[in-house]
Design a protein around this ligand. Structure first.
Ligand code: ASP
Length: 462
């Protein structure tokens, strides 16, 4: 039988009511055998995250300031969950031990990890699953990277067990034997590593949203959810600032070819968003060939012009060499016959712009250099673009009609996305225009075109 690894985010395990939803989800599918909980998150916007409170305890202890009050808040929340769930689990010895260790100077990582540790104890007890401490299955190298081999071996032997297992998220064992955490939000990473390690059929990431959205909801009101996207599309969108799973949390499952299913604990019937390997999805021919839109501002374009640049061997290398020598990473290099522009994120250029310009002048002897600050890049991503004539026309018509001046165009050779550069202040207008063209107004035409394609090519013949 295939197994599923289910990671439950902080709001999914914030109190007993949420725990009950989690238990129902687990009981609804016998394949859900590996559970990775976060620490209790916020129950309402003004609430505190248990992880933050643990960090606070540690900070107090470091300054020799008593932290009983903060610790009592933590303990109270756990006691409440245990009591409300009617469990016989006695957390008192765990809590006393943790409090004493933090007071005695244990690390911030140790303190922070206890949120997951305790929640793991509760979830294991409530689900009737075995508790397996993350320090026994997730190992770090001295460099701080995950020790792939040791971790894989430990998880492979765990996969042999018959029953269900709970592994707390967010931490593992450092090379010196102590607890080490991932970066904040790191339970996602634990879930992905466990999924790869036990050879899961699916990695379910349970959170408090219906899935990934096609556009930023602060820009497009109530954007549609993405039902399915590929890892490559996800990477393009994440890179362009879409708020999705962290790269580190994707890498282990992507490498293993395991699909990720983002699900909503508060709406378990909703199938959520499926992220799949690139070759797992057939390309469907419709006009609504975009998967999502993401935009990021704070870019600067440095445009270099020089007559006969096209025949000057080594010009591009010398230009980009200046960026390399200054430790500046660039994003794109759109070019014309006698022009070449370099698009750079502002953070990369901070304090270096004048030096970079001087060195370009020296290395390239250009006729002119222009600097355009306050640019935004917008990526319109869709695996179906390559197969759909008219995508670019539709996109640029929409931007033109919205009065957005397109300053740069870049289409990757994969034809997975079209990137346009616009003035930062035009970003929201541009994203809305693209969304409307492809999604709001695109759907009817897409359906009509799909129907027409199907009638012309019955039974799915290409
Ligand atoms: N509890 C940790 C945090 O708040 C890790 C996580 O929730 O994923 O960052």
């Amino acid at each position: 039988m295939s197994v599923k690894v289910c990671k439950f985010g902080g709001t999914s395990v914030a109190d007993a009511d949420q725990f009950r939803k989690v238990l129902q989800i687990v009981q609804a599918d016998p394949e859900r055998r590996f559970l990775v909980p976060s620490a209790p998150g916020k129950r309402h916007p003004k609430d505190q995250k248990i992880t933050d409170l643990f960090y606070l305890c540690h900070a107090h202890a470091q300054q020799d300031i008593g932290f009983d009050e903060v610790f009592e808040r933590i303990a109270g929340r756990y006691r409440q969950i245990v009591a409300d769930l009617g469990l016989s689990l006695d957390l008192a010895p765990h809590l006393a031990d943790i409090q004493q260790r933090i007071a005695a100077g244990e690390s911030a990582d140790y303190a922070a990890s206890r949120g997951e540790y305790l929640n793991g104890q509760i979830l294991a007890e409530a689900a009737g699953f075995e508790f397996v401490d993350a320090i026994d299955v997730i190992f770090f190298e001295p460099t701080g990277r995950v020790d792939q081999q040791r971790t894989a071996a430990a998880l492979a032997s765990l996969a042999q067990r018959k029953g269900g297992v709970v592994i707390p998220g967010f931490y593992g064992r450092a090379a010196n034997g102590k607890v080490r955490t991932f970066s904040r939000g790191g339970s996602d990473i634990t879930g992905a590593i466990v999924a790869a390690g036990v050879g899961a059929g699916v990695y379910e990431n349970w959170t408090d949203v219906a899935g990934l959205l096609m556009a930023d909801p602060r820009i497009v009101p109530e954007p549609r959810k993405m039902d399915m996207l590929t890892y490559r599309e996800l990477r393009e969108l994440a890179y362009m600032g879409a708020n999705v799973l962290h790269d580190e949390a994707i890498f282990p499952v992507r490498q293993a070819g395991i699909p990720v299913n983002i699900r909503n604990t508060n709406d378990p019937e909703n199938p959520g968003t499926m992220i799949v390997p690139n070759d797992a999805v057939p390309v469907v021919r419709t006009l609504r060939q975009i998967t999502g839109i993401a935009g990021r501002s704070d870019f600067t374009v440095i445009a270099v012009e020089k007559a006969l640049m096209n025949s000057e061997i080594g010009f591009g290398r010398r230009l980009l060499g200046v960026f390399e020598n200054n430790g500046v990473s660039y994003e794109h290099t759109p070019s014309g016959i006698d022009t070449m522009s370099v698009v750079v994120h502002d953070a990369e250029l901070e304090g270096k712009l004048d030096k970079v310009l001087d060195e370009i002048r020296a290395a390239c002897q250009p006729d002119a250099i222009e600097v355009y600050p306050n640019m935004a890049l917008i990526a319109t991503v869709g695996r179906g673009m390559a197969h759909t004539p008219g995508t670019a026309a539709r996109l640029f018509t929409a931007l033109g009609n919205a009065g957005v001046n397109v300053r740069m165009i870049d289409q990757g050779s994969s034809e997975l996305n079209i990137i346009v550069g616009v003035e930062a202040e035009d970003l929201p207008r541009a994203v809305r225009a693209i969304y409307d063209a492809f999604v709001t107004n695109g759907s009817d035409e897409a359906n009509a075109a799909q129907a027409a394609t199907e009638t012309r090519n019955p039974a799915g013949t290409p």
